[in-house]
Design a protein around this ligand. Structure first.
Ligand code: GLN
Length: 494
């Protein structure tokens, strides 16, 4: 029998529709695979065996009933990043400060998936509060990337913060996964694991019930095996939600259909400023290859300038910590999760926060509080907001002439666990190509395009106009087709 876990989401839905297998069989195949792999990969922090089987059975029952309404993801087993609140299932953002917090409500995005008939396999590992690029700041320990460097057996990071989502998708431990992206946390781990990840336009997905990191930048999106799978997932995840005041009251286009659009006649921008010092030649070469692929598919190529790009990373690392310091003020030991009692209220706050937050989260809270404090606000926070406006203007100017922008997704391939440990700035540099789309609120996708000389996946990024995910999907599908990327990691974890 074929390995059901190796199917794409769309192929699995087809098998379910044809009754080649049931959702229960499919779900059990994933649960078995997870139980075998998780001790090695650490991708899941909660596996909801019973819930998954019950949801699968319910889906099979719906399918068996004549005339019952079926969802777009009917019976499809998915993994959920631990940042999404899931009713009755522990949700901690992989932080000690949330203790054993078990929400009494469901995030809007996951509720949308269950409404479409999907099955929950469990909660996926991530960097604490989604702060990181390597999944090394999780309270549950790092995730191992399914990919390794040739014959070298050292474990690599799957990127972050959605490291569990990317690793689980790449290792066939779910059909697809939810993820979130504040500065690159969908696209960078997708690039590091040979998977597809899209961050939609800010406001497409509701943030309600997602643990907040930096609210003006946070967006949910999928990590999936193919561009079409990502399109189908995103379509189900997004939509207007009155519970999030920044959710856009707009109809959701048919993203899957958009994957079939031709790129003939589109103009693709190539920004000069994304050529950074020290970037491996292979990444530069892949970028040139991406340009050639799109040209061959009938697109026109135009060199563009996004002059404020060099300020994007410092700007992000002021705004994101500022918003985080404010959002994380609620974790005081009184209302959620863990508490360390002191002699009075203030010392209880201090003891709880000192023991509950990890080092990277504490660093962000300190930076954020500093840049928002009287006397420094104008010099840092306000100035960063002005730079953010300039970055958005750069894109607006560019999009007057081009339909989409092509860049590398990351400045390197996956690195080893512990390799970038000492210097936070080295870690922050991972986000150099991704933060701009968050600052400007634009959709961005990462598509696997090649393996490097050590056998690790590399991704290309497509950035689109606000609300034009359809063109992003069309270009991504053209790249996917041209690249013909179908490499899989050796399944050493089985
Ligand atoms: N790596 C970036 C950070 O640490 C982005 C994280 C994210 O997108 N959640 O802030």
């Amino acid at each position: 029998m074929t390995d059901l876990t190796a199917l794409s989401l769309i192929a699995a839905l087809d098998g379910l529709a044809k009754k080649t297998f049931s959702s229960e069989e499919l779900t059990n195949a994933f649960l078995d695979a997870i139980d075998k792999a998780n001790p090695h990969l650490n991708a899941y922090v909660v596996v909801t065996h019973d819930k998954a089987r019950a949801m699968a059975k319910a889906s099979d029952a719906r399918r068996a009933k004549k005339g019952a309404a079926l969802g777009a993801l009917e019976g499809a087993p998915l993994g959920i990043k631990d940042l999404f609140c899931t009713e009755g299932v522990r949700t901690t953002a992989c932080s000690n400060i949330l203790g054993e917090f078990t929400p009494t409500y469901e995030s809007s995005v996951t509720a949308n998936l269950w409404r479409e008939g999907a099955v929950m396999l469990g909660k996926l590992n991530m960097d604490e509060f989604a702060m990181g690029s390597s999944n090394e700041t999780s309270r549950f320990g790092p995730v191992a990337n399914p990919w390794r460097r040739g014959k070298d057996n050292s474990n690599l990071t799957p990127g972050g913060s959605s490291g569990g989502s990317a690793a689980a998708t790449a290792a066939n431990l779910c059909l697809a996964a939810t993820a979130t992206d504040t500065g690159g946390s969908i696209r960078q781990p997708a690039a590091f694991t040979g998977t597809v990840g899209i961050k939609p336009t800010y406001g497409r997905c509701s943030r309600w019930g997602i643990v907040a990191f930096a609210s003006s930048l946070d967006q949910a999106g999928p990590i999936a095996k193919t561009v079409e799978d990502a399109a189908l997932m995103l379509r189900s995840m997004c939509g207007h939600d009155p519970k999030d005041s920044t959710s856009l009251p707009l109809a959701v286009p048919d993203f899957v259909k958009a994957c079939g659009r031709s790129v003939k006649g589109l103009t693709i921008g190539v920004p000069e400023e994304y050529r950074v010092d020290g970037m491996p030649g292979e990444i530069d070469a892949l970028w040139a290859q991406g340009v050639a692929w799109l040209q061959a598919a009938g697109a026109k190529i135009k060199s563009i300038s996004l002059p404020h790009t060099k300020y994007a990373l410092p700007c992000y690392y002021i705004i994101a910590p500022a918003e985080a310091s404010s959002n994380l003020a609620r974790y005081d030991g009184m209302r959620y999760g863990a508490r360390v009692s002191g002699k009075d209220l203030l010392s209880s706050y201090e003891a709880t926060r000192a023991s509950g937050f990890g080092a990277e989260v504490q660093r962000r809270v300190l930076i954020g509080t500093y840049v928002l404090s009287a006397g420094y606000y104008d010099a840092y926070y306000l100035r960063a907001q002005k730079v953010r406006t300039r970055i958005a203007e750069d894109f607006r100017t560019a999009f007057a002439d081009v339909d989409a922008i092509l860049t590398p997704a990351t400045p390197s391939a996956a690195f080893a666990i512990g390799e970038r440990g000492d210097d936070p700035v080295q870690m922050y540099l991972n986000d150099i190509f991704t933060v701009t789309a968050n600052l400007a609120g634009l959709p961005g996708i990462s598509v696997p395009a090649a393996l490097d000389s050590r056998g690790l996946p590399l991704g290309l990024q497509v950035i689109g106009r606000a609300l034009d995910e359809e063109t992003v999907f069309a270009v991504a599908a053209a790249l996917e087709k041209a690249a013909g990327f179908n490499a899989k990691p050796d399944a050493w974890w089985r």
